[in-house]
Design a protein around this ligand. Sequence first.
Ligand code: NAP
Ligand code: MG
Length: 511
Amino acid sequence: MTSATHDAPAHNAPAHDAPALTARTALSLPHTHVDTIFVDGAWQPSQGTGRNPVTDPATGEVWGSVPDGTPEDVDAAVGSAQRAFQGEWPKLSPSERAAYLIRIAEEVEKRAEELSLTNSRENGSPVSESAGAAANAAGIFRYFATLAGYLEREDVRPFPRGGGESVVRRDPLGVCALIAPWNFPINLVVIKLAPALLAGCTVVIKPASPTPLSIRVIIDAVAAAGVPAGVVNLVTGSGRLGDVLVKHPGVAKVAFTGSTPVGRKIAAACGELLRPVTLELGGKSSAIVLPDADLDAMSEVLIRSSMRNTGQTCYISTRILAPASRYDEVVDMVTATIAAGKQGDPLEPDTVFGPCATESQYRTVLEYVESGLAEGARATTGGRAASLSGGLEQGYFVEPTVFADVTPDMRISREEIFGPVITILKYDTVDEAVALANNTEFGLGGLVFGSDEAAALAVADRMDTGSVGLNFFASNHAAPFGGRHDSGLGTEYGIEGLNAYLSYKSIHRKV
Ligand code: NAP
Ligand code: MG
């Protein structure tokens, strides 16, 4: 590994060098320094005395803290979820549970600003991104509510050779452990929570250590919606606590979003326990620019499709594959588009790029930038810590960086960076572009840019990945989302995502 040569910026740097940040003290957020977890339908003290800090990555300032939970906290939360699973919740009809989901959606929408500001303060997502979190979360709850009919539909299947029939039941699995990363701390929980609740499961949530506060606003919404006590529980703490939760005897299923190495450990633990598990992991996705691509149109989606959330999005296409005939044109367009996005205070509405979410991620990204330069890639914009350009002295800002002259063997071309870094590779034939896109251990996202839609679709069909956008970047709550190979196991979203919280039972009878 190339070692980083940049030091983290001093957090006590003189303010006169830095652009003024929105006054943090003026924000009134519902959860900052807290000593509770959510168990049995109430905020209750953690049984431990340890606290973990919450840091604002734009300033390096510690502005919150949460319990460093203990195994006793996990016992309490799982016990609460088990009691709730013995109670009325799984016995309600799916339509009754769907009504709760709709009420949760309404309560989430009322808290849009709290959610946005808490999220942006804990992980540095620009408010232009986090402002949509509540609407997106509400949309997920509402979408899953529409699947109540699917669960209620009678499913009776005749024996193919006659003589009997089977009544197929779709039972909730039980207590689900929901473990989330820090990049989208609200919605990567909600895409698990909504189908789990509709299915009739009860849950224990463990957010990532850097982002334990915004999910508490979702818990407030769940409580305000009148969801019965114990159905939703929250613990906070380190990965070690996550491990305790994954292996807890009271847990029936684990749903995890995070890194591939941690996903492997969880899969191994669940394998030993024969415990169902869904894993949404890392990615290194490619955007194939076909020779007939409209680069102006591509420029309009590029910041989202390749740099969403300051590059901290699992399914963006950070590897751009450009035809040799138009390579310089693509490099110029990508460079100009990225260089035009304002980097700065995540709380300013016109900010496009914020900081890296954590100091450790900041160091990782800088190390990748160094490795790219050392391996001969050419930074056409960015290429260093933002503190070195004299603007953003505080916090964990890395300049949005575009690398040209990238070859497939370089680390920046193969490994997930998870920061504001785009690499641009050159190809000669479309077959070579497809081979390059598929030559990765991952398989999460992807994009094809081309004016001939049919030709672009044919290329998308050849990509070995879980989702592909055609001249377009989005995800759809109603369509399966999941990774192939090292990008994961199983599927979220859609009916497929709901099925992951169900256990089937066939009741056979003679007719
Ligand atoms: P991470 O280090 O894997 O952590 C994810 C979560 O797992 C955190 O809550 C973490 O707690 C917890 N954890 C750590 N070790 C654990 C263990 N042994 N057992 C149980 N839980 C454990 O990932 P991250 O750094 O937060 O997030 C970045 C990664 O997430 C990237 O690789 C990105 O690609 C991936 N991601 C994937 C998707 C997707 O949908 N495919 C979406 C977003 C992000 P602590 O925070 O306390 O360590
Ligand atoms: Mg981590």
